[in-house]
Design a protein around this ligand. Structure first.
Ligand SMILES: NC(=O)c1ccc[n+]([C@@H]2O[C@H](COP(=O)([O-])OP(=O)(O)OC[C@H]3O[C@@H](n4cnc5c(N)ncnc54)[C@H](OP(=O)(O)O)[C@@H]3O)[C@@H](O)[C@H]2O)c1
Length: 293
């Protein structure tokens, strides 16, 4: 099986490129300048050339705070661009696995979010990704939307990598402790996408495999708990000790509002696809070890 993934230097794209081949899957990353989501006409030719059996749509405008002042670009990439990828997959007759976000929710619920809970994004990024979901699901092809969350990995830019960098020069870091989510390793996302792609390719007529699914790490966390767990692993590896000091989000103002609870419930993914994403504590150890090797 061959998977084409959009974006070349993204966390999920790089994780797929690493995890695909050992699982017997070729992964072709297709990104700028050949495929530019700002240029919808570029999408179909670039993806066709990859001759893939399935497409993973991972490229996105992911700068949550920057999006607040750049809504036009965020919507072009995350909504129109996602729609162009979905139209290309339909034209090519292959299934699409599209990544979306926990930030489609406003965080008002006091339990993990299920796929059919009402969406109400708090910011431009979440709104643009929600518009992308709608574009993908209405494109007329075979598509599954996988909402993921709090992605970290040895690659690209992410919270865990930032904490590892801060711990090198600080003994204490103030971190938001009143936002809850489910941190997810890009490597675990890649494993799940490979398994899901196999099912979508082998059972093209099964409508249960299409629609929206929550694909996130198995355990809850706050940003502060994730930071402390990162620092604990650094200390265990002989690095200087660093402490995460809990603060409320009100003391760390950002351009974009973030949900207080964006925990994603993975029960549907398990029931339909048989996929259970590992808890983040186990996967975090691998990422921290690789970042400090
Ligand atoms: N990161 C998170 O915490 C998080 C949380 C929830 C959901 N998600 C979703 O998960 C998916 C993967 O996230 P990630 O963390 O892997 O993203 P990432 O590391 O920020 O990478 C984004 C990728 O998108 C590409 N891209 C941006 N604009 C583009 C354009 N106009 N045309 C083509 N490619 C473009 C970038 O290309 P270049 O390589 O050229 O820069 C990069 O490869 C995204 O759909 C994201 O919305 C992420």
């Amino acid at each position: 099986m061959r998977i084409a993934v959009t974006g070349t230097a993204g966390q999920v794209a790089l994780a797929l490129a690493e995890r695909g081949p050992p699982a017997g899957v070729d992964v072709i990353a297709v990104g700028r300048p050949g495929l530019d989501l700002m240029r919808p006409d570029s999408v179909l030719p670039a993806l066709r050339a990859a001759e893939a059996d399935a497409i993973v749509s991972a490229a996105a405008y992911t700068a949550v705070d920057q999006a607040e002042g750049d809504a036009a670009t965020a919507f072009s990439v995350n909504a129109a661009g996602a729609g162009a990828v979905a139209a290309a997959a339909r034209e090519m007759g292959v299934p699409l696995l599209h990544l979306s976000t926990d930030y489609v929710f406003d965080g008002a619920l006091d339990r993990p979010y299920r796929e059919d809970d009402p969406t109400a994004p708090l910011g431009v990024y979440g709104a643009s990704k929600l518009a992308g979901e709608e574009a993908v699901l209405s494109a007329g092809g075979r598509a599954a939307v996988f909402r993921t969350a709090w992605v970290y990995s040895p690659f690209g830019r992410n919270f865990v990598k930032t904490m590892v960098g801060l711990a090198a020069s600080r003994s204490e870091v103030s971190v938001v402790a009143d936002q809850q989510g489910r941190p997810t390793s890009a490597l675990d996302i890649a494993d799940a996408l490979v398994a899901a792609a196999r099912r979508l390719v082998s059972a093209p007529q099964d409508p249960a495999l299409q629609g929206v699914f929550h694909l996130a790490g198995g355990d809850d966390a706050t940003w502060c708990a994730l930071a402390q767990a990162t620092f604990d692993r650094l200390a265990a590896a002989g690095r200087p000790h660093c402490v995460a000091r809990p603060i409320p989000a009100s003391q760390y103002p950002t351009p974009a509002r973030r949900p207080a609870n964006s925990r994603l419930d993975g029960a549907k993914l398990k029931a339909v696809y048989g996929i259970e994403v590992p808890g983040w504590r186990a996967s975090l150890s691998e990422t921290v070890a690789r970042l400090t090797a």
